[in-house]
Ligand binder design. Sequence first.
Ligand code: SAH
Length: 275
Amino acid sequence: MGDASEAREPASDRSLLCAGERVLLLDAKERRYLLTLRIDASFHTHAGILEHNDLIGTPEGSTVLGSTGRRFVVVRPTLADAVLKMPRGAQVIYPKDLAAILMEADIFPGVRVLEAGVGSGALSMALLRAGADVVGYELREDFADRASKNVSDLVGEGSSYRIEIRDIYEGIDERGLDRVVLDLPEPWRVVPHAAVALRSGGIICAYLPTINQTHQLRQALEASAFGMARTLEVLHRTWHIEDRSVRPDHRMVGHTGFITTARLLMPLVTEDGNS
Ligand code: SAH
């Protein structure tokens, strides 16, 4: 064990909740509520009323009492909580797949990413939180507006994020990109554009719901300058752990999507200059 100087400080200043912040409340039945703290506002649930002023200034992780004596635990939402609770137009990518995409597409601070389509912005949030500079192409203006709002609610203004209303099948203007990350129905139509827009060694990553689409993408990649292609899916099984009952949960999400990546390779140049 460490000495006293290493003692854990349970509620540091970083724990204290401020007005304007988003918080997640859990009631005794583990129902979840996401809200933004506002001075003098009240939060009404069928389990009672909570005054926001009673939450502002308390450390996250606290248990607070509602008007009817019901208890609520208050914490800041994780990115996964925010994604599952945020307003959506398009279907979002689920947290288990967002996590895998960050690793498969090798997202790091400062990486230059072109993302399409932007949808509700769940993938944008994950990319930005990992430090990427993101340009998004999105066909629908209403989705782009929703995504911008979701992103600024979560990561704040001033992140490196820009959305353009346009069709990525018609081409990509950016050059020297590190990554092209796709969540749209026909990513094979983007392969020729990505081969020009990415720098050599860059990664294309596509998320697709069916294996037929995935197969078509893999064929397009096979016939292109991309190599090192791979496809995977993430099976995510939670466990029930209570007293002597320790077993997998009965239900799991059977299928979400397939993640495919490939890298842009340089042609082999022989001594006589031919490839
Ligand atoms: N990854 C997003 C969801 C994307 S849904 C998220 O996590 O929230 C797919 C999106 O692709 C939709 O918003 C659709 O409008 C957009 N889209 C489809 N075809 C497109 C194209 N050719 N160019 C740009 N966006 C496109």
